[in-house]
Design a protein around this ligand. Structure first.
Ligand code: BGC
Length: 282
């Protein structure tokens, strides 16, 4: 392999977003990509069948890019063992999608992990998109080494939350759906809300600040990390935030979802290998 990464450390990460489905092969020790990331527009409506086809195509293209050409980076044998992780904008449990706030309702109850594993013939792990983006941020970004309660907020089509306690994830918190001003909070504080209501940064930030105060009153976190597309322009609104809790901007930005998804894939494959070697699952 031309790259220093060992095949056993590589995993494919896929981020299923409202407008794009993005993927890359990731070196899970460093969070670096092997080759380019690929983005395919999210089918509209985002029905399970169409999205699964896009993900399958994405995996094939990522593998082809590293195994083809005159000087392949990966051998076919190395490529064959790469597991796939997917961050899904919904609550997920045991490989099944449970909710669908910003995606087609066909996802509710869909056993995405098993279906995608069949389609791509690989180990697959799924998780909530904000949870996996948070994992990447805790491992490689602004949350590195942070103890206590850390809340990673992904500001995008929806409002995602990843909560970490002494570095361990508390999954599926779905705090973007807390009630704020009598409504589902994400209707007012997701990035999409700014466009929908044509809000100035100041007006959007005023609602977002109320949302942070709500989280502060309920959880008393030690740190807020702002991620997702809406964190790219944090310079426009950081000055309007008045919470006592420190607020920092994610460092992995748009790639956190892909990197975090690769981390859960890698973890899943390690667990499968341990189980196959006769060790009990923890
Ligand atoms: C969903 C969450 C997701 C968030 C960000 C919300 O609408 O309910 O599961 O993490 O959007 O995509």
């Amino acid at each position: 392999m031309a790259n220093e990464a060992r095949a056993v450390d590589l995993a494919i990460g896929i981020d299923f977003g409202g407008s794009g489905i993005k993927g890359a092969i990731v070196d899970t020790r460093t969070g670096q990509f092997l080759g380019d990331r690929i983005r395919i527009p999210t089918p509209q409506p985002s029905v399970t069948r169409e999205v699964m086809l896009v993900m399958t195509d994405l995996v094939r293209r990522l593998i082809d890019a590293q195994t083809g050409g005159p000087t392949p980076v990966l051998s076919l044998a190395e490529a064959a063992i790469l597991p796939v992780g997917v961050g899904i904008p919904a609550a997920t449990r045991n490989g099944t999608v449970l909710t669908a706030a910003n995606i087609d309702a066909s996802w509710i109850g869909f056993p995405a992990e098993a279906e995608l594993a069949l389609a791509v013939g690989r180990t697959v792990a799924i998780g909530n998109d904000a949870d996996v983006a948070g994992l990447a941020e805790m491992r490689f970004g602004a949350g590195r080494g942070q103890r206590g309660t850390v809340m990673v907020l992904t500001i995008g089509t929806g409002m995602g939350t990843g909560v970490f306690i002494d570095g361990r994830l508390f999954p599926n918190t779905e705090l973007g759906h807390l009630e704020l001003h009598g409504r589902d909070a994400e209707e007012r504080v997701a990035e999409s809300a700014r466009d929908r209501y044509n809000l100035s940064w100041r007006d959007w930030a005023s609602a977002f600040d109320d949302y942070l105060h709500l989280l502060e009153r309920l959880f008393w976190p030690d740190l807020f990390i702002l991620g997702g597309g809406g964190s790219k322009r944090a310079d426009n609104y950081m000055q309007y935030l008045t919470v006592r809790t420190p607020v920092v901007v994610a460092t992995q930005k748009n790639n956190a979802g892909i990197i975090g998804a690769s981390l859960i894939a890698h973890e899943r494959r390690s667990r499968v290998s341990i189980a196959m070697a006769g060790e009990p699952f923890s």
